[in-house]
Write a protein that binds this ligand. Structure first.
Ligand code: SF4
Length: 340
């Protein structure tokens, strides 16, 4: 198997926030950096109007220059198809407004709640199911943490808080530590989970202060990364994950099955193998949520099932992520029936 251990030379290891501040925000700048020609700039600008382009340089450094079909570039580059309205692809495919019980809190599943700790991301993935989410109504900020956490405090059936967003690691180490203090003070909370893609696109985000703080938490602490392709796994990320692993943090990964990016056996096998080498367990492989603007990433369910069967036949079971879809209103993620 091909092991990809690329370095990310442009990372400022001292200040991940500077790296984020200088991220690419225009398609023409990103294309020029990757030595690619401009193609239909008006269509790209149109696509960026509702969901801007945002790509940190360390992530761009993992892309192959001159390759317009690079699997990392395709995840983050605006596309003319985004502005086409396709039946069945909607702005809130998971009907999250129904479970957005109060600002900053999404309560969908028994025993756990999702806290929107930050309302932005370090990268804008074009297939994101929250690309139209009403973040403006969920900006809780530090002043309103107590309001959101009082919901958690008042429901003793909740045992796990999932920090999500946006990306919760957009909070700086100090703020995140304060938020963890509040969560840790709630007696019935046993676990905290962080859903993040930030360390993948800016590995320097895994600062030693963050790693130490998570390791010191009295709660069981897990981090769920979002990686779709083995090329996203850099050497610097591996170092950060190694440190988290040494602190006892459980590392999991969820991917989305994406047309033209990871829809071949070789892609998913390489990803699982390399994740494991990085101490990360492949956890979920999601079918694309039918969000408006992302129809060109869609993989048919039967094709997904066939691919998943191939994975099962080729890898040990612990390296095969569960193939799931999220169905609005259901009490859990729905495993895709392999016997169909
Ligand atoms: S990092 Fe996650 S929440 Fe943010 S745009 Fe990408 S998929 Fe969406």
């Amino acid at each position: 198997m091909r092991i990809i251990t690329r370095t990310t030379p442009s990372v400022d290891t001292e200040n991940w926030q500077n790296t984020l501040a200088t991220a690419f925000r225009h398609s023409d700048d990103l294309l020029a950096y990757l030595e690619l020609p401009q193609n239909n700039p008006m269509a790209h600008q149109q696509a960026a109007k509702s969901f801007p382009l945002l790509v940190p340089k360390p992530f761009a450094d993992l892309m192959e220059k001159g390759n317009a079909n690079d699997p990392l570039l395709r995840q983050v580059m605006t596309h003319p198809e985004e502005t086409r309205h396709i039946e069945g692809f909607v702005t809130d495919p998971l009907d999250e407004q129904q479970s957005n019980v109060q600002p900053g809190i999404i309560h969908k599943y028994q025993g756990r709640v999702l806290l929107i700790a930050a309302t932005g991301c370090a990268v804008n993935c074009r297939y994101c199911f929250r690309r139209h989410f009403a973040y403006q109504d969920n900006q809780i900020g530090r002043k309103h943490w107590q309001d959101a956490l009082s919901y958690v405090r008042n429901d003793r059936t909740i045992h796990e808080v999932i920090l999500s967003g946006g990306d919760p690691l957009l909070l700086n180490d100090h703020l995140l530590s304060d938020l963890l203090d509040h969560i840790e003070s709630i007696p019935h909370i046993k676990r905290v989970r962080i859903h993040t893609r930030l360390p993948v696109v800016i590995p320097a985000r895994l600062t030693s202060a963050l790693v130490t703080r998570l390791g010191q938490s009295p709660l069981q602490c897990s981090m769920v990364l979002h990686v779709n392709h083995a090329n996203e796994l850099s050497q610097e990320l591996q170092q950060g994950l190694q440190q988290l692993h040494q602190q006892g943090i459980i590392l999991l990964n969820q991917s989305v099955l994406l047309r033209g990016i990871n829809d071949q056996l070789i892609h998913l096998s390489e990803l699982s193998e390399l994740l494991f080498e990085f101490r990360v367990i492949p956890y979920y492989l999601h079918l694309l949520d039918p969000v408006q603007g992302a129809h060109h990433f869609h993989v048919e369910e039967q094709e997904a099932i066939a691919l998943h069967r191939q994975l099962l036949a080729n890898l040990p079971g612990y390296l095969v992520p569960k193939l799931v879809r999220e169905v609005p209103g259901k009490a859990n993620k729905s495993p895709i029936d392999l016997d169909l």
